[in-house]
Design a binder for this molecule. Structure first.
Ligand code: ADP
Ligand code: GLC
Length: 549
């Protein structure tokens, strides 16, 4: 990994301050030159909105007081997205702006971010930052883009962020996210923008709370409270202590079982963040409970039980402007609640035509839009898929992931041509067309922290068929034939025949009582899946956590 690669400046600034003795119990970090960063002059349009305590004319109707929040995470739609984290990093800040929050989103400036966004970024400044335990120093550039009232600050370093995909392998990812976590905090100091709250997301930002309460503890940014949100506990950033210690430059005392240490000689970046976060949240109430059990805890259940006093579940929403079938620019045939039943048939025919399926609006079309990994319950789908093909049912898969699943879906497409279409690709546009054109959407996950595809599908009038776990359990009310209520079909134990049974119950209703089915379609479209309620809960949390000044 080459150092000092990007940018022309030869100035060197230590953007973080020495550890304060007060908060570092043992083995404090070596003192560094105190050279507190000074904000650079910035082009006018790049200056972020300043956190204001007093209501201005524009925000007079907004809830008071105003809160300033820095989001730190590894992906964000539309710049870079591999899954739901990208959706949340886009939609939640936007929703928080409406809750009178001043939000800055700090992201890596990956090379893969499309040029249409890269070209709009404005240079905000640069400095050099010590990172590794041997004091190696690295360039940190800040590029800014302001959009929808949210300020996006991209941390630039060509070597760390050179790939076409944010995540490659741990050998690269561990140094990359050590650098990112420290650079994000250093950038806040550098920009002189100290938020009330630092809100970090997943293991890639796991070291932020650790840095904040150690090497940054005497610096301005340390007055912020820090929240760490678990989007998926399966990925934790675990690597041998020697490597994490080298790249992070963190002091020895942090490599203890209470913080970063795990097993005999590993360091766990997520675990360290959970220890030092002032509050831990996860993306549904059910998952907040589940992760404290051995099965869902991914080895951190005891740690989470220990910290359960500061753990909360707040369910995700979706951006209802982005996901709106009446305005969706990707759909050739748009629809609202009043014409959904008819127009969804047209969308189904368009989908069938595009994908080479038999064109017939009477067929029951089941969609699956997913990362193709063990988490998503695909072994169950794999097991029962042949049973679903009865001449009246079609399956449309969109996803990439483990070759085992990719190949199996390719095989089924070949074996059941005209009834099964496997789109082994990542394609936002096609996802929209499937949500609009399918009758039902499968989400039979083994575990699901929240899940967004079931929310999107309901918004598009596509009935979800889900396993009762995590956020799926919290967001899909099972159909009740006695009072004709509910939003979808559910099953509990992770068994293939229970999934088959749930799909068959859905098919039975679809083919034998279309009136009731159509009512469920409308109920789903009317359901509130927006961020509004949950953004309010986050705001409440931000108010509970008083900054340290
Ligand atoms: P996860 O984050 O675990 O992958 P979520 O349900 O939270 O699952 O979010 C998945 C997001 O990624 C949704 O916006 C979904 O539409 C999108 N998505 C998943 N796979 C694909 C794909 N192959 N092409 C386009 N969008 C996809
Ligand atoms: C994760 C989870 C998913 C959740 C998403 C956004 O990727 O797997 O369930 O919806 O994060 O929070």
């Amino acid at each position: 990994m080459a150092e000092k690669t990007t940018g022309s400046s030869k100035r060197k600034k230590a953007a973080e301050s020495p550890a304060s003795e007060k908060t570092v119990p043992a083995d404090p970090a070596p003192a560094e030159t105190v050279d507190l960063p000074v904000a650079e002059p910035v082009a006018e349009e790049a200056v972020p909105p300043v956190a204001a305590e007093a209501p201005s004319e524009e925000n007079i109707d907004l809830p008071q007081p105003r809160r300033s929040v820095a989001f730190i995470g590894s992906e964000c739609y539309p710049f870079v997205k591999t899954g739901g984290l990208g959706d949340v990093m886009y939609a939640l800040p936007k929703a928080l702006v409406k809750q009178n929050c001043d939000v800055k989103v700090i992201l890596p400036r990956y090379k893969c971010i499309p040029w249409e966004y890269q070209e709009k970024m404005v240079y905000r400044g640069e400095f050099y930052m010590d990172l590794c335990s041997d004091g190696r120093s690295f360039y940190v550039g800040i590029m800014e883009y302001v959009w929808n009232g949210v300020v996006y600050d991209f941390i630039d370093n060509e070597d760390f962020f050179r790939n076409g995909n944010p995540y490659t392998n741990l050998v690269d990812d561990i140094p990359k996210y050590c650098f990112f976590a420290k650079a994000a905090l250093a950038a806040l100091n550098y920009m002189n923008w100290v938020p009330d709250i630092i809100h970090c997301h997943d293991w890639q930002a796991g070291l932020v709370p650790v840095y904040l309460r150690s090497v940054f503890s005497g610096s301005p940014v340390a007055s912020a409270k820090v929240i760490l949100t678990i989007h998926n506990l399966r990925f934790q950033g675990i690597y041998n202590i020697a490597t994490v210690k080298y790249w992070s430059g963190l002091p020895d005392y942090l490599f203890d079982y209470a913080v970063l240490k795990q097993g005999a000689d590993d360091a766990n970046m997520f675990k360290g963040g959970l220890t030092y976060a002032d509050m831990i949240t996860t993306v549904s109430e059910t998952y907040a409970g589940e992760i404290q059990s051995t099965f869902f805890g991914e080895g951190l259940d005891a740690h989470l039980r220990f910290h359960s006093g500061k753990l909360r579940g707040i369910v995700n929403g979706i951006d209802t402007e982005l996901w709106d079938s009446s305005t969706d620019p990707i759909l050739a045939c748009r629809y609202g609640i009043s014409d959904a039943i008819e127009k969804k048939k047209e969308n189904k025919l368009l989908l069938q035509e595009k994908l080479g399926l038999e064109k017939d609006s009477g067929k029951f079309v089941i969609g699956l839009v997913s990362r193709l990994t063990d988490q998503k319950g695909l072994d169950l789908v794999d097991f029962i898929l042949p049973e679903l093909i009865d001449g009246n049912t079609q399956i449309v898969v969109l996803g990439t992931g483990d070759s085992r699943y990719e190949n199996s879906f390719r095989y089924y497409e070949d074996a059941f041509r005209g009834s099964v279409c496997s789109n082994i690709m990542y394609d936002e546009g096609r996802a929209h067309q499937i949500y609009a054109g399918a009758d039902a959407l499968l989400v039979p996950s083994l575990f699901e922290p929240c899940g967004l595809t079931q929310l999107i599908s309901m918004r598009y009038g596509t009935v979800p068929i889900v396993r009762e776990t995590g956020g799926l359990k919290d967001t899909v009310l099972p159909y009740n034939e006695y009072d004709n209520s509910g939003n979808g079909f559910t099953f509990d134990r992770y068994e293939a025949w229970l999934l088959l049974d749930a799909i068959n119950r859905a098919k039975t209703l679809y083919f034998t009582n279309r009136e009731r089915w159509d009512k469920m379609v409308i109920r789903d479209m009317e359901k509130d899946v927006s961020w509004e309620n949950s953004a309010r809960k986050y705001r409440q949390l931000y108010l509970e956590l008083k900054p340290n000044y």
